[in-house]
Design a binder for this molecule. Structure first.
Ligand code: NAP
Length: 323
């Protein structure tokens, strides 16, 4: 039986696309994974499945019989925004389902990054860094991890794994999500009141929400003014969840102590952004949880094999909710 074609639709550098195709082909020997550009119009119209990474929506549009689009990234906000921009409205009438990467390895990598920076703040490294720049020798009183509370915004794949890792390391954890969760050891909350409780009680706030119309600018003046002044903020989710002028204002007015930012509205962050120069901001170049090509390929292969065998798709993005 001849192999079926799976389109690989991406605007990544060609060498990166080729690495993905090589890796995916290795774990999917029964499939023919092909760059979208080299397919004929007829082949494009026969494709049922596409694997996408930053795809051009106009190219996706050429695949008129797609049933399923599997993204290689965990977040789908930029993909949905690109479709919206190209005036292709993704809604329930669209003839394909969209799934994102759900990879336990990615959750493990993210929880490692969360633990790293929570420990950094817990052991007052941001304060010692500043003491060093002023040649100050001062020993700050030590607190136990059990005397610190970490508030996690978003209790999905990445938030839950991070919460459990922090619990294992002795921290108190509060987790906020749309639907209230039950996670052993985590104080799970939701809603407006829950958000206020998290802001008021947290020593360290970690953002792991998806960027959607409901979360854009969620970390704004209103949220920031509820924090205690020595609270630290970690944003490993998406830049648009923080209102940047409000954050700068809050830091300048000592409403919080420090922010670690891994994600920005525009990436790379412009060299003239005021964020670079701020003493109380640490900038990271979107490195907290990179997709691991081998692990992600195995996950995608598992889903495709299951689909071929049973017709069952993995959990798909709810387009109304945007995640
Ligand atoms: P996920 O499994 O979809 O979880 C999202 C969580 O956010 C869920 O708990 C959800 O609540 C909650 N949520 C969504 N909208 C909300 C709202 N309006 N109010 C309250 N809670 C809300 O996502 P994930 O896999 O954990 O990934 C989270 C994000 O991390 C991704 O979207 C991506 O942007 C980012 N990310 C960043 C990196 C990096 O390297 N910096 C790497 C990977 C991913 P429910 O559970 O109630 O639905």
């Amino acid at each position: 039986m001849s192999k079926q074609i799976i389109a690989f639709i991406s605007q990544l550098a060609l060498t990166e696309q080729e690495s993905w195709i090589r890796q995916l082909s290795e774990v999917l020997p029964d499939e023919n994974i092909v760059l979208a550009d080299v397919l004929t119009q007829a082949q494009k119209q026969q494709c049922e499945i596409a694997i996408v990474a930053n795809p051009d929506p106009n190219v996706v549009k050429q695949f008129t019989h797609l049933k399923w689009c599997q993204s290689l990234w965990a977040g789908v906000d930029s993909l949905l925004a690109a479709f919206k921009h190209s005036q292709q409205v993704l809604d329930d009438n669209i003839n394909f389902k969209l799934s994102r990467l759900i990879d336990p390895q990615l959750a493990q990598t993210m929880s490692e990054a969360v633990l790293t920076w929570v420990l950094y703040f817990h052991r007052d490294m941001h304060l010692y860094q500043q003491q060093q720049s002023n040649a100050v020798w001062h020993q700050i009183d030590y607190k136990l991890a059990s005397e610190r509370t970490v508030g996690i915004l978003g209790l999905g794949e990445l938030g839950q794994s991070s919460a459990l890792r922090l619990i294992d390391n002795g921290f108190n954890v509060i987790g906020w999500s749309r639907n209230e969760k039950h996670i052993k050891g985590v104080h799970c909350i939701s809603g407006e009141q829950g958000l206020t409780e998290l802001a008021v009680k947290s020593d360290i706030v970690v953002c792991l929400l998806p960027l959607t119309p409901g979360t854009r600018s969620l970390i704004n003046e209103n949220f920031l003014q509820q924090l205690a002044k020595d609270t630290c903020l970690i944003n490993f989710a998406r830049g648009g969840i923080i209102n940047t002028p409000d954050l700068l204002n809050a830091l300048n007015n000592k409403m919080l102590a420090h922010a670690v930012l891994d994600v920005f509205d525009q990436e790379p962050l412009s060299s003239n952004s005021p964020l670079w120069q701020h003493n109380n901001i640490t900038i990271l170049p979107h490195i907290s949880a990179p997709t691991h090509i081998k692990s992600a390929s195995r996950i995608v292969a598992g889903s495709i094999k299951k689909y071929r065998k049973t017709g069952q798709l993995p959990t798909c993005v709810n387009l109304n909710q945007g995640y």
